[in-house]
Design a binder for this molecule. Structure first.
Ligand SMILES: Cc1ncc(COP(=O)(O)O)c(C=O)c1O
Length: 440
């Protein structure tokens, strides 16, 4: 396929204007300037068409501008756009009822609605302290939980997120996330690598750094996102749940990226047969309207009136978009994510057999990571190659994003069809073939 020669003239002019007025802190992977989108396709301002393997960083769950989501937004906008969280409205209640129905624990669920994933995490941190009357937490290396002062303290996927911002929140200690592809801890006989990680937490952190009676919660992504689309080994969550129960510590799972049907189940934690005490959601929850939620067991969300709140919580348009989104996921896209995800994993295994630069393909549903290495033995990350594949994909009309040290994440809309997946994987392999020749 011919290269698109990007960015085009209109995109170039807009990027120049952007650089004069927008904060330079935003990381932009490549010069894509959006004009419009439909389903899994997007067009830039110069009329170039792209297939989308990243869904606005795993946000556009029902595809771009799904007519049912658009209709829900339009109808709500005509009625009222805002009322403030000091008052009531039905779509907010309906959404919380739905979240109660799909929450990954048997106990009744209460929800606190937020404007973003970070705010949902911030809410969970505050609630854990309030409920347990304890101060400390355990997080994980490679984690991404957002960028406000509390959440960013837990974020540990790039040193850049902390540099220049100290002092951060007190009382957070990180354990290594159980990455079976790149283990850093010793396993004992009969232990899986997830169980070894939990033993490390018990012996090294709770035994040597801070006593369990001071620990309010353990915050962990059910599948690590920004850290490299890492799936913890089977033994990890059951052992972690047991540890939390033993010491009265809350298990808080961050499902901002992995939740809302992305992995073929409502929540990724459901793949591991464990019930958390709290979870955070955002991204795919409203197809791109700003919305997040901290969802907790009723017995945990016990804070008093006025202790926590916000102006836009339960925003009427976001709630309407979310209800339409959840309905679509429930009726069609949960099953589609599982089916097209398996289909893509099989195809990627075939591509891996043809490309020694691929060290591992891993994923659940439509949350798939392809890890590139310089050498299968040493597993040295092939960062330059990864970045080149992303750029060459863009030039061929495929939007991708990297994560971890040398991973490309495939997180398209949950509505992606098998033929769109075929088209995207063909472009991906073309880009990879060229990159392998260029980057030695
Ligand atoms: C797992 C996880 N938690 C939290 C966040 C932060 O969400 P937001 O960017 O909406 O604040 C992200 C964003 O990428 C995420 O992936």
């Amino acid at each position: 396929m011919a290269n698109l020669n990007l960015p085009g003239p209109k995109a170039r002019a807009m990027i120049e204007r952007d650089h004069k007025v927008i904060s330079p802190s935003y990381p932009r992977s490549y010069p894509f300037v959006m004009d419009h989108g439909k389903g899994s396709e997007v067009w830039d301002v110069d009329g170039n068409r792209f297939l989308d393997f990243m869904g606005g960083i795993a946000v556009v769950s029902t595809g771009y501008s799904h007519p049912k989501v658009v209709k829900a937004i339009q109808e709500q906008a005509e009625k009222f756009i805002h009322i403030s969280s000091d008052f009531y409205h039905e779509n907010w209640i309906k959404l919380a009822e739905k979240l109660d129905e799909i929450a990954p624990f048997k106990e009744d669920a209460l929800s606190f609605m937020t404007n973003s994933g970070t705010e949902a995490v911030e809410t969970a941190i505050k609630l854990a302290r309030y409920h347990t009357k304890r101060t400390n937490f355990i997080g994980f290396t490679g984690a991404f939980h957002g960028r406000t002062m509390g959440a960013v303290t837990f974020t540990a996927s790039k040193a850049k997120y902390h540099g220049g911002f100290y002092p951060l929140m007190n009382g957070v200690t990180h354990a290594p996330f159980p990455n079976p592809y790149r283990p850093v801890l010793e396993r004992r006989k009969g232990e899986d690598y997830g169980e070894a990680t939990v033993r490390y937490i018990e012996e090294e952190i709770l035994g040597q750094i801070m006593p369990p009676k001071d620990v309010a919660g353990i915050l962990v992504e059910s599948i690590q996102g920004e850290g490299g689309y890492l799936i913890p080994p089977e033994g990890f969550f059951p052992a972690l749940r047991k540890l939390c129960d033993k010491h009265g510590i809350l298990l808080i799972v961050d499902e901002v990226q992995s939740g809302m049907g992305r992995t073929g189940k409502w929540w990724a934690i459901e793949h591991f047969g464990v019930e958390p005490d709290m979870l955070t959601s955002a991204k795919g929850i409203a197809s791109g309207m700003p919305l997040g939620a901290c969802i907790a067991r009723k017995s945990v969300m016990d804070w008093e009136v006025g202790t926590h709140g916000n102006t836009y919580g339960g925003n009427p348009i976001s709630c309407a978009a979310s209800l339409a989104t959840i309905d679509l996921i429930e009726k069609e896209y949960l099953a589609n994510a599982a089916e097209v995800g398996t289909y893509a994993m099989d195809a990627l295994e075939e591509i891996k057999a043809r490309h020694p630069s691929i060290g591992e393909v891993r994923g659940k549903g439509l949350m798939i990571g392809v890890e590139f290495v310089k050498d299968h033995e040493t597993k040295e990350p092939a960062k330059e190659l990864t970045d080149r594949v992303v750029d060459l994909g863009f030039e061929r009309g495929l939007l991708m994003l990297s994560c971890g040290k040398s991973v490309i994440r495939i997180a398209p809309p949950l509505s992606m069809t098998k033929s769109e997946m075929d088209e995207g994987l063909k472009l991906f392999e073309e880009a990879l073939t060229v990159a392998e020749k260029e980057v030695k």
